[in-house]
Design a protein around this ligand. Structure first.
Ligand SMILES: Nc1ncnc2c1ncn2[C@@H]1O[C@H](COP(=O)(O)OP(=O)(O)OP(=O)(O)O)[C@@H](O)[C@H]1O
Ligand SMILES: [Mg+2]
Length: 335
Protein backbone atom coordinates (compact mmCIF):
# COMPACT_ATOMS: atom_id res chain seq x y z
CA UNK A 1 0.00 0.00 0.00
CA UNK A 2 1.39 3.37 -0.92
CA UNK A 3 -1.21 5.48 0.87
CA UNK A 4 -0.06 4.52 4.35
CA UNK A 5 3.39 6.02 3.87
CA UNK A 6 4.02 8.89 6.24
CA UNK A 7 7.55 9.93 5.49
CA UNK A 8 10.16 9.29 2.80
CA UNK A 9 13.67 10.46 3.49
CA UNK A 10 15.86 10.44 0.38
CA UNK A 11 19.64 10.85 0.44
CA UNK A 12 19.57 13.21 3.42
CA UNK A 13 22.84 15.04 4.08
CA UNK A 14 23.45 17.31 7.06
CA UNK A 15 26.91 18.90 7.02
CA UNK A 16 28.11 21.35 9.68
CA UNK A 17 30.92 23.69 8.60
CA UNK A 18 33.59 24.33 11.24
CA UNK A 19 35.16 27.80 11.30
CA UNK A 20 38.57 28.64 12.69
CA UNK A 21 41.56 30.96 12.68
CA UNK A 22 41.47 34.73 13.14
CA UNK A 23 39.41 35.18 9.97
CA UNK A 24 36.90 32.55 11.04
CA UNK A 25 37.26 30.76 7.71
CA UNK A 26 35.71 27.39 7.07
CA UNK A 27 38.42 24.91 8.09
CA UNK A 28 36.51 21.65 8.01
CA UNK A 29 33.10 20.03 7.63
CA UNK A 30 31.43 17.62 10.01
CA UNK A 31 29.47 15.22 7.83
CA UNK A 32 27.06 14.33 10.61
CA UNK A 33 24.57 12.72 8.22
CA UNK A 34 25.93 11.76 4.83
CA UNK A 35 23.30 10.25 2.58
CA UNK A 36 20.58 8.56 4.59
CA UNK A 37 17.35 7.20 3.05
CA UNK A 38 14.39 5.47 4.67
CA UNK A 39 10.62 5.22 4.58
CA UNK A 40 8.23 5.36 7.53
CA UNK A 41 4.64 4.15 7.53
CA UNK A 42 1.74 5.56 9.50
CA UNK A 43 1.36 4.07 12.97
CA UNK A 44 4.69 2.21 12.75
CA UNK A 45 7.95 2.52 14.64
CA UNK A 46 11.32 2.78 12.97
CA UNK A 47 14.20 2.05 15.35
CA UNK A 48 17.37 4.03 14.63
CA UNK A 49 20.49 2.66 16.31
CA UNK A 50 24.22 3.19 16.32
CA UNK A 51 27.10 4.32 18.54
CA UNK A 52 27.40 7.78 20.01
CA UNK A 53 28.10 10.43 17.38
CA UNK A 54 26.86 8.44 14.37
CA UNK A 55 24.23 11.09 13.57
CA UNK A 56 20.99 9.77 15.10
CA UNK A 57 19.96 13.01 16.81
CA UNK A 58 20.92 14.96 13.70
CA UNK A 59 18.54 12.83 11.61
CA UNK A 60 15.76 13.37 14.19
CA UNK A 61 16.28 17.13 14.26
CA UNK A 62 16.34 17.31 10.47
CA UNK A 63 12.92 15.63 10.36
CA UNK A 64 11.35 18.26 12.58
CA UNK A 65 13.24 20.90 10.60
CA UNK A 66 14.91 22.61 13.54
CA UNK A 67 18.51 22.11 12.40
CA UNK A 68 18.67 25.43 10.54
CA UNK A 69 17.22 27.25 13.53
CA UNK A 70 19.86 25.73 15.83
CA UNK A 71 22.80 25.99 13.38
CA UNK A 72 22.17 28.61 10.66
CA UNK A 73 25.34 27.66 8.70
CA UNK A 74 24.34 24.04 8.26
CA UNK A 75 24.15 22.56 4.74
CA UNK A 76 21.13 20.32 4.24
CA UNK A 77 20.61 18.29 1.08
CA UNK A 78 18.16 15.61 0.06
CA UNK A 79 14.43 15.26 0.55
CA UNK A 80 12.20 14.83 3.60
CA UNK A 81 8.86 14.06 2.00
CA UNK A 82 6.01 14.26 4.50
CA UNK A 83 2.68 12.79 3.37
CA UNK A 84 -0.30 14.75 4.69
CA UNK A 85 -3.62 13.00 5.38
CA UNK A 86 -5.19 14.69 2.33
CA UNK A 87 -2.58 13.05 0.08
CA UNK A 88 -0.48 16.18 -0.41
CA UNK A 89 3.28 15.70 -0.07
CA UNK A 90 5.53 18.44 1.38
CA UNK A 91 9.34 18.46 1.34
CA UNK A 92 10.31 19.64 4.82
CA UNK A 93 13.95 19.95 3.77
CA UNK A 94 13.02 22.87 1.51
CA UNK A 95 10.82 24.83 3.94
CA UNK A 96 11.84 27.94 5.86
CA UNK A 97 10.92 28.40 9.52
CA UNK A 98 7.73 30.31 8.67
CA UNK A 99 6.74 27.93 5.86
CA UNK A 100 7.16 25.05 8.30
CA UNK A 101 4.75 26.58 10.85
CA UNK A 102 1.51 24.94 9.61
CA UNK A 103 3.15 21.49 9.90
CA UNK A 104 4.99 21.92 13.23
CA UNK A 105 2.25 20.36 15.32
CA UNK A 106 2.37 17.21 13.16
CA UNK A 107 5.82 16.18 14.40
CA UNK A 108 6.85 16.30 18.05
CA UNK A 109 9.96 15.21 19.92
CA UNK A 110 10.67 13.39 23.19
CA UNK A 111 14.14 13.73 24.66
CA UNK A 112 16.57 11.54 26.54
CA UNK A 113 16.70 13.58 29.72
CA UNK A 114 13.15 14.25 30.86
CA UNK A 115 14.46 16.62 33.52
CA UNK A 116 16.28 19.16 31.39
CA UNK A 117 13.64 18.99 28.66
CA UNK A 118 10.79 20.03 31.01
CA UNK A 119 10.70 23.62 32.22
CA UNK A 120 11.26 23.43 36.00
CA UNK A 121 9.18 26.57 36.59
CA UNK A 122 6.07 25.21 34.92
CA UNK A 123 3.56 22.82 36.44
CA UNK A 124 2.80 19.57 34.68
CA UNK A 125 -0.49 21.05 33.43
CA UNK A 126 1.28 24.12 32.00
CA UNK A 127 3.91 21.95 30.33
CA UNK A 128 1.32 19.78 28.58
CA UNK A 129 -0.83 22.79 27.72
CA UNK A 130 1.97 24.77 26.06
CA UNK A 131 1.80 23.10 22.61
CA UNK A 132 -1.99 23.47 22.67
CA UNK A 133 -1.64 27.20 23.29
CA UNK A 134 0.89 27.54 20.45
CA UNK A 135 -0.70 25.30 17.83
CA UNK A 136 -4.47 25.29 18.45
CA UNK A 137 -7.35 27.70 18.98
CA UNK A 138 -8.66 25.80 22.02
CA UNK A 139 -10.37 27.70 24.81
CA UNK A 140 -8.98 27.57 28.35
CA UNK A 141 -11.55 25.01 29.46
CA UNK A 142 -11.00 22.85 26.38
CA UNK A 143 -7.24 22.88 27.03
CA UNK A 144 -7.79 21.96 30.69
CA UNK A 145 -9.99 19.07 29.70
CA UNK A 146 -7.45 17.84 27.11
CA UNK A 147 -4.59 18.06 29.64
CA UNK A 148 -6.53 15.93 32.13
CA UNK A 149 -7.39 13.43 29.41
CA UNK A 150 -3.73 13.21 28.34
CA UNK A 151 -2.53 12.77 31.94
CA UNK A 152 -4.89 9.85 32.27
CA UNK A 153 -3.63 8.35 28.98
CA UNK A 154 -0.04 8.33 30.26
CA UNK A 155 -1.06 6.77 33.58
CA UNK A 156 -0.85 9.82 35.85
CA UNK A 157 -3.33 11.15 38.40
CA UNK A 158 -5.40 14.35 37.99
CA UNK A 159 -4.05 15.73 41.28
CA UNK A 160 -0.51 15.58 39.85
CA UNK A 161 -1.36 18.29 37.29
CA UNK A 162 -0.43 21.16 39.62
CA UNK A 163 2.95 19.73 40.64
CA UNK A 164 6.39 20.60 39.26
CA UNK A 165 8.83 18.32 37.35
CA UNK A 166 11.28 17.99 40.28
CA UNK A 167 8.53 16.36 42.34
CA UNK A 168 8.51 13.33 40.03
CA UNK A 169 10.72 10.35 39.28
CA UNK A 170 12.50 10.01 35.93
CA UNK A 171 9.88 7.60 34.63
CA UNK A 172 7.01 9.91 35.62
CA UNK A 173 8.75 12.89 34.04
CA UNK A 174 9.09 10.92 30.81
CA UNK A 175 5.32 10.26 30.99
CA UNK A 176 4.80 14.02 31.16
CA UNK A 177 7.09 14.41 28.14
CA UNK A 178 5.01 11.84 26.26
CA UNK A 179 1.76 13.61 27.19
CA UNK A 180 3.17 16.91 25.96
CA UNK A 181 4.32 15.33 22.70
CA UNK A 182 0.86 13.80 22.18
CA UNK A 183 -1.07 16.99 22.98
CA UNK A 184 -1.48 18.19 19.39
CA UNK A 185 -2.26 14.72 18.05
CA UNK A 186 0.90 14.48 15.93
CA UNK A 187 1.50 12.02 13.08
CA UNK A 188 5.09 11.41 14.12
CA UNK A 189 7.03 11.61 17.37
CA UNK A 190 10.82 11.61 17.21
CA UNK A 191 11.86 9.83 20.41
CA UNK A 192 15.54 10.60 21.04
CA UNK A 193 16.76 7.94 23.47
CA UNK A 194 13.60 8.31 25.57
CA UNK A 195 14.49 5.52 27.99
CA UNK A 196 18.30 5.62 28.08
CA UNK A 197 18.35 7.60 31.33
CA UNK A 198 15.89 5.29 33.11
CA UNK A 199 16.32 2.13 35.19
CA UNK A 200 15.81 -1.08 33.24
CA UNK A 201 12.50 -1.89 35.02
CA UNK A 202 11.17 1.62 34.33
CA UNK A 203 12.40 1.40 30.72
CA UNK A 204 10.04 -1.53 30.13
CA UNK A 205 7.09 0.38 31.63
CA UNK A 206 7.69 3.43 29.46
CA UNK A 207 8.16 1.32 26.32
CA UNK A 208 4.92 -0.56 27.07
CA UNK A 209 3.14 2.75 27.55
CA UNK A 210 4.47 4.00 24.23
CA UNK A 211 3.27 0.84 22.52
CA UNK A 212 -0.24 1.24 24.01
CA UNK A 213 -0.29 4.84 22.90
CA UNK A 214 0.75 3.89 19.40
CA UNK A 215 -2.06 1.30 19.20
CA UNK A 216 -4.62 3.86 20.35
CA UNK A 217 -3.44 7.00 18.54
CA UNK A 218 -1.92 5.46 15.40
CA UNK A 219 1.11 7.73 15.81
CA UNK A 220 4.47 6.81 14.22
CA UNK A 221 7.66 6.83 16.25
CA UNK A 222 11.22 7.33 15.12
CA UNK A 223 12.77 5.60 18.11
CA UNK A 224 16.45 6.43 18.59
CA UNK A 225 18.64 4.24 20.81
CA UNK A 226 22.22 3.06 21.27
CA UNK A 227 21.10 -0.40 22.02
CA UNK A 228 19.42 -2.76 19.57
CA UNK A 229 17.64 -4.69 22.32
CA UNK A 230 15.71 -1.54 23.34
CA UNK A 231 14.24 -0.99 19.87
CA UNK A 232 13.66 -4.63 18.96
CA UNK A 233 10.32 -4.94 20.78
CA UNK A 234 8.78 -1.69 19.68
CA UNK A 235 10.04 -1.38 16.10
CA UNK A 236 8.57 -2.72 12.88
CA UNK A 237 11.76 -1.79 11.06
CA UNK A 238 15.28 -1.06 12.25
CA UNK A 239 17.94 1.13 10.66
CA UNK A 240 21.57 0.88 11.77
CA UNK A 241 23.80 3.93 11.33
CA UNK A 242 27.57 4.24 11.35
CA UNK A 243 29.43 7.57 11.02
CA UNK A 244 26.60 9.37 9.26
CA UNK A 245 25.64 6.53 6.92
CA UNK A 246 22.98 3.89 7.13
CA UNK A 247 24.62 0.48 6.89
CA UNK A 248 21.64 -1.84 7.36
CA UNK A 249 17.88 -1.50 7.13
CA UNK A 250 15.15 -4.10 7.41
CA UNK A 251 12.30 -5.61 9.40
CA UNK A 252 13.08 -5.73 13.12
CA UNK A 253 13.33 -9.56 13.12
CA UNK A 254 15.71 -9.52 10.16
CA UNK A 255 18.10 -6.99 11.64
CA UNK A 256 17.89 -8.39 15.17
CA UNK A 257 18.00 -12.12 14.44
CA UNK A 258 19.84 -12.21 11.09
CA UNK A 259 22.04 -9.14 11.02
CA UNK A 260 24.11 -9.04 7.82
CA UNK A 261 26.37 -6.04 8.14
CA UNK A 262 29.55 -6.68 10.17
CA UNK A 263 28.80 -3.54 12.19
CA UNK A 264 25.26 -4.64 13.09
CA UNK A 265 26.67 -8.04 14.08
CA UNK A 266 29.19 -6.41 16.35
CA UNK A 267 26.50 -4.17 17.91
CA UNK A 268 24.35 -7.21 18.50
CA UNK A 269 27.07 -9.32 19.98
CA UNK A 270 27.02 -6.86 22.88
CA UNK A 271 23.41 -7.92 23.57
CA UNK A 272 23.03 -11.00 25.81
CA UNK A 273 21.76 -14.03 23.89
CA UNK A 274 18.85 -16.08 25.24
CA UNK A 275 19.42 -18.92 22.80
CA UNK A 276 23.12 -19.56 22.10
CA UNK A 277 22.22 -21.80 19.13
CA UNK A 278 20.59 -18.90 17.34
CA UNK A 279 23.82 -18.25 15.46
CA UNK A 280 24.40 -15.06 17.39
CA UNK A 281 26.53 -16.71 20.01
CA UNK A 282 29.84 -15.77 18.38
CA UNK A 283 30.94 -12.54 19.97
CA UNK A 284 32.79 -10.14 17.72
CA UNK A 285 33.82 -7.24 19.90
CA UNK A 286 34.52 -4.08 17.91
CA UNK A 287 38.18 -3.17 17.57
CA UNK A 288 39.41 0.40 17.85
CA UNK A 289 37.54 3.68 18.25
CA UNK A 290 34.97 5.34 16.02
CA UNK A 291 36.87 7.63 13.61
CA UNK A 292 35.95 11.31 13.84
CA UNK A 293 33.34 12.51 11.33
CA UNK A 294 35.80 15.33 10.50
CA UNK A 295 38.09 12.79 8.86
CA UNK A 296 35.92 9.93 7.73
CA UNK A 297 37.72 7.00 6.09
CA UNK A 298 37.32 6.90 2.29
CA UNK A 299 34.94 4.37 0.80
CA UNK A 300 33.16 2.33 3.44
CA UNK A 301 33.41 4.26 6.72
CA UNK A 302 33.44 1.03 8.73
CA UNK A 303 36.41 -0.54 6.92
CA UNK A 304 38.97 0.61 9.54
CA UNK A 305 37.25 -1.56 12.17
CA UNK A 306 35.74 -4.21 9.95
CA UNK A 307 36.75 -7.88 10.44
CA UNK A 308 36.05 -8.70 6.77
CA UNK A 309 37.43 -5.55 5.09
CA UNK A 310 39.24 -5.90 1.74
CA UNK A 311 41.54 -3.37 0.02
CA UNK A 312 38.85 -2.18 -2.41
CA UNK A 313 36.57 -1.18 0.50
CA UNK A 314 38.58 2.06 0.49
CA UNK A 315 37.31 3.01 -2.98
CA UNK A 316 33.57 3.71 -2.81
CA UNK A 317 30.78 3.82 -0.29
CA UNK A 318 29.15 0.41 -0.84
CA UNK A 319 25.65 0.69 -2.35
CA UNK A 320 22.75 -1.01 -0.59
CA UNK A 321 22.38 -4.66 -1.52
CA UNK A 322 19.09 -6.47 -0.97
CA UNK A 323 19.61 -9.64 1.08
CA UNK A 324 16.01 -10.59 1.80
CA UNK A 325 12.57 -9.10 1.34
CA UNK A 326 12.93 -5.47 2.43
CA UNK A 327 16.34 -6.18 4.00
CA UNK A 328 19.18 -3.96 2.74
CA UNK A 329 22.88 -4.02 3.62
CA UNK A 330 25.67 -1.66 2.61
CA UNK A 331 28.37 -4.30 2.33
CA UNK A 332 29.36 -6.24 -0.80
CA UNK A 333 31.26 -8.98 1.05
CA UNK A 334 29.03 -10.13 3.88
CA UNK A 335 27.57 -13.59 3.27
N1 LIG B 1 25.61 21.89 15.51
C1 LIG B 1 26.65 21.10 15.26
N2 LIG B 1 27.83 21.61 14.83
C2 LIG B 1 28.89 20.82 14.56
N3 LIG B 1 28.87 19.47 14.71
C3 LIG B 1 27.74 18.90 15.13
C4 LIG B 1 26.56 19.67 15.44
N4 LIG B 1 25.59 18.83 15.85
C5 LIG B 1 26.11 17.57 15.79
N5 LIG B 1 27.41 17.62 15.38
C6 LIG B 1 28.30 16.46 15.17
O1 LIG B 1 27.65 15.55 14.33
C7 LIG B 1 27.94 14.20 14.72
C8 LIG B 1 26.64 13.46 14.97
O2 LIG B 1 26.04 13.99 16.15
P1 LIG B 1 24.66 13.44 16.73
O3 LIG B 1 24.36 14.23 17.94
O4 LIG B 1 23.65 13.41 15.65
O5 LIG B 1 25.04 11.95 17.13
P2 LIG B 1 24.20 10.85 17.92
O6 LIG B 1 24.22 9.62 17.10
O7 LIG B 1 22.87 11.42 18.30
O8 LIG B 1 25.08 10.62 19.21
P3 LIG B 1 24.65 10.29 20.73
O9 LIG B 1 24.33 8.83 20.73
O10 LIG B 1 25.87 10.60 21.52
O11 LIG B 1 23.48 11.16 21.07
C9 LIG B 1 28.83 14.31 15.94
O12 LIG B 1 30.16 14.16 15.52
C10 LIG B 1 28.58 15.70 16.46
O13 LIG B 1 29.72 16.20 17.11
MG1 LIG C 1 21.96 11.83 20.13
Amino acid sequence: MTNDILLEVKDLKVHFPIFGGIFQRKVATVKAVDGVSFTMRRGETLGLVGESGCGKTTVGRALINITKIMSPDVQIEGEILFHLPDGKVVDFAKLSKSEMRPYRSRIQMIFQDPFSSLNPRMTVAQIIEEPLRIHTQMSKSEMKERVMWLLNKVGMQPEQAGRYPHEFSGGQRQRVGIARALATNPDLIVCDEPVSALDVSIQAQVINLMQDIQDEFGVSFLFIAHDLSVVEHISARIAVMYLGNMVEYGAAEQVFFEPKHPYSRALLSAVPVANPDSGRGNRTALQGDVPTPLAKPSGCPFRTRCPIARPDCANNFPPFRQMGSGHYVACPYTE
